[in-house]
Design a protein around this ligand. Structure first.
Ligand code: ADP
Ligand code: X15
Length: 372
């Protein structure tokens, strides 16, 4: 349901600004002629091409419209909840402090799910069972990725007890969920304790397949400039880096560029000044910006420049009329850190999946919902 709300947001965004600006088709089609800026992390800024700009693009009947229309889904207020046990697949994949996973650094994803949970309880649901993934425990039960800190926050914010299960499936969970006291709220453990959750490559033993270095090389080659140019995409990759001997604030710091690479024994933890300049230039000539993924480890002061500067530039172009959508658990947390949630057009709870939504891909979690 939170996803539905988010989808509604996305729909709102895609269909918004009519009258004065972007049409739903324009925004989607604009992505085809996009400008991509990548950081050291899995990051991309996309500024849409002229077709999606804020200058009154006429609505067009295009295949991207179909993708938008299919987002008209049945909402919780269209369902009779009386005495039902309601299962809600929430997005509690919240960012956690790098040193202490018990600290949730941004509760926005929990906050946006609360109205749905409350609605169910206020409208006669017998019980509510919540389920989410958290981080990437690679299909293993790992205490570091437990939903425990999430349960605590949900409990506080909901103002009623939340019963945390110690598993996702199994007899004990089934028994607890079968016929609980009226008004019970149950939170299942991390669904990614099971490799089946991710639905990605698995080996013969059911373990998640990790990328091999050959595959990474193949992927880099697939990003070749020529290919991007053929699709009308300008691809900007970092050309210099801030490197550290340690994944922490107190390591030795060295700079690296394309001639040196990341020095042996060091980690590339932020983009360097030249890359920042290139990003700035790209952002300034874009009128629609979709940003998902910080430029570096912005949580640590020594590696925040790339992200901080990008945020400042995006806020500045937004002030001048550009449309900016920032998403991803950590990128939204950067918005919180720099107090810019209200200074961009939309700070979304959606992450990687919302980029796929904009691409027009079919999202299994959305496709499974009943149409309105
Ligand atoms: N070069 C890097 N090395 C290690 N961690 C990084 C690096 N760059 C960014 N990160 C971390 O990755 C997280 C961003 O993850 P990502 O999935 O790209 O963003 P989002 O959650 O917004 O989708 C941040 O917590 C950031 O500190
Ligand atoms: O969009 C998501 O999170 P994100 O905020 O990290 O981009 C999804 O929860 C995907 O998580 P994953 O990137 O661990 O598969």
């Amino acid at each position: 349901q939170p996803m539905q709300q988010e989808v509604a947001h996305a729909q709102g965004f895609l269909a918004s600004s009519t009258g004065t600006s972007t049409s739903s088709t324009g925004a989607v089609q604009g992505m085809a002629g996009a400008l991509a800026v990548a950081g050291l992390s899995v990051a991309a800024v996309r500024g849409a091409s002229a077709s999606s700009r804020q200058q009154g693009v006429k609505p067009r009947a295009a295949k991207s419209v179909v993708a938008c229309r299919s987002l008209a889904k049945l909402k919780i207020d269209g369902v009779d909840l009386k005495d039902k046990r309601v299962f809600i697949r929430v997005d509690f994949n919240v960012p956690q402090d790098k040193k202490d996973p018990n600290i949730i650094t941004n509760t926005a994803r929990i906050d946006t799910a609360l109205p749905t949970i409350k609605y169910a309880l206020d409208n006669g649901a017998k019980s509510v069972v919540l389920c989410s993934h958290l981080g990437r425990p690679n299909g293993q039960k790992d205490e570091k990725f437990s939903m425990k800190p999430v349960a605590k926050v949900v409990e506080e914010k909901l103002g009623r007890p939340v019963k945390l299960m110690n598993d996702v499936v199994g007899e004990e969970v089934e028994a607890a969920c079968a016929d609980p006291e009226p008004g019970t709220v149950i939170l299942l453990e991390n669904s990614r304790y099971y490799v089946e959750e991710e639905g990605k490559g698995k080996d013969a033993d059911g373990n998640k397949v990790k990328a091999s270095s050959d595959k990474v090389k193949e992927f880099r080659a697939s990003l070749a400039k020529k290919k991007a140019e053929e699709k009308g995409v300008e691809l900007i990759l970092p050309v210099d880096f801030v490197c550290s001997s340690k994944f922490g604030d107190d390591g030795e710091i060295q700079e690296g560029d394309m001639s040196t690479g990341v020095p042996e024994g060091f980690l590339g933890l932020d983009i360097g000044p030249k890359s920042i300049e290139m990003n700035d230039e790209a952002i300034k000539k874009s009128k629609t910006i979709v940003w998902n993924g910080p430029m570096g480890v912005f949580e640590m002061e020594a590696f925040e420049k790339g992200t901080k500067q990008m945020m400042e530039t995006i806020v500045s172009v937004t002030k001048d009329g550009a449309v900016s959508v920032i998403g991803g658990g950590d990128t939204a947390t950067a918005c919180k850190k720099y107090d810019t949630v209200d200074k961009v057009s939309h700070c979304s709870t959606g992450g990687g999946a919302s980029l796929e939504l904009l691409e027009g891909k079919l999202l299994p979690g959305v496709a499974a919902l009943d149409d309105a």
